[in-house]
Design a protein around this ligand. Sequence first.
Ligand SMILES: [Zn+2]
Length: 238
Amino acid sequence: MGPVDVLVFSPHPDDAEMGCGGTIAALIGEGRSVAVCYLTRGEMGTRGDAETRAAETREAMKILGVGAYVYADIPDAHVFNDAHNRETVVRMIRQFQPRLILAPYHLTLHPDHVQTTALVNDAAYLSGLLKIDTGQPRHRPARIMYYPLHPKFDPTLVVDISSTFKQKMDAIRAYRSQFHDPSRPDMPQTLLSAQDFLDRLEAQARHFGSLIGRSYGEGFRTDLPLPVGEARELLQIL
Ligand SMILES: [Zn+2]
């Protein structure tokens, strides 16, 4: 699997789909290449196991049109920003050579999510250093943008996902082991399995969309200002 325009880091299976699945589908629909790297296989999840979730991921990726997805095989619940994991992520960045990286925003509950932000930030910088030798050409992405994994999120920019919102929700529903299943009341309950969880995700997409006058949106944050190289670009982002 070779170079892509955009590389998405997802701490667990289903995070990327929830945080930026509509944008992934929209990018692919517009002919851009996107790869998704799942840092873990989600084997510590309260519901489902690694095998079930792998089958669900296969279906979700197919729905979004993603051909290239990989697992970094960091143990679930052990996503630490340490030397070993940084090298693992550097290898992924150098393999895919993205211009843009999408990663979770650090204001979120699961420690794996919080750690992923710092881990990806550090690895993206280290990946550009010549003397970090992984046997691959060095590569530094132009930018990292953060997607939300928590309702409290103040976006810097919003992508219109009105045309891919259904795809996004279908991809999320592919993770049947994680979400509300009325036929399985015996399953342990989690934050995600609450009956109205998907309604809340829709409300967030409606909210982000409303900020830009569209039906559905996905919000992103970027710490550094977005460059406007030529003033006429101002007229393209309206
Ligand atoms: Zn997660």
